[in-house]
Design a protein around this ligand. Structure first.
Ligand SMILES: [Zn+2]
Ligand SMILES: [Zn+2]
Length: 165
């Protein structure tokens, strides 16, 4: 049993997609987000799938170990870039239009940034999005405006990103 090989084949298996908190902690990255290209987010992994799934590339594969890796990476990238249709498609698949706050389905559901764009949340993946009904969304935005200066400004770009959780 070649355990060394097993370990090395799994070297990228964790952290498939960077979390919002990770991204916000990478302030330098955020500054360049507008000009970001796919390769910045999924750099080549030296013989392994660039998506981070940990699988080895075989045959003529140059970046992705499977069609799914490729599709998922492009989808995640579109979300990171704030593509509205990409966000709504994937968010609906996850939440099915049910409001995260009141639990009611609303056909006019809205995509809400959990960490607001003004705090760096605009550069995040799906983990920073939640479904809200229009009423709850309005309420959240209103409360946010009122408490923002107090609650968020202290912590939003703190290096101790866990305060955001
Ligand atoms: Zn992969
Ligand atoms: Zn609601």
């Amino acid at each position: 049993m070649n355990t060394t090989l097993l370990v090395s084949e799994q070297k990228n298996a964790t952290n498939v997609f960077k979390t919002c908190v990770d991204l916000i902690a990478m302030n330098a990255f955020l500054r360049y987000q507008k000009g970001m290209v796919l390769a910045d987010y999924y750099p080549s992994q030296d013989g392994y799938c660039a998506c981070g799934c940990g699988r080895k590339l075989t045959g003529r594969q140059t970046r992705w170990a499977s069609r799914e890796c490729n599709d998922r990476a492009y989808e995640e990238f579109a979300i990171l870039k704030g593509g509205t249709s990409a966000v709504r498609k994937v968010l609906f698949e996850r939440d099915l239009g049910f409001c995260h706050n009141c639990g009611v389905y609303d056909e006019n559901w809205e995509a809400d940034h959990i960490i607001p764009v003004s705090q760096g949340g605009g550069a995040c993946g799906l983990d920073n999005y939640q479904t809200l009904c229009p009423d709850c969304h309005k309420e959240k935005t209103k409360n946010q405006r009122e408490s923002q200066s107090k609650e968020y400004s202290l912590h939003a770009f703190s290096s101790d990103a866990t305060v955001l959780l």
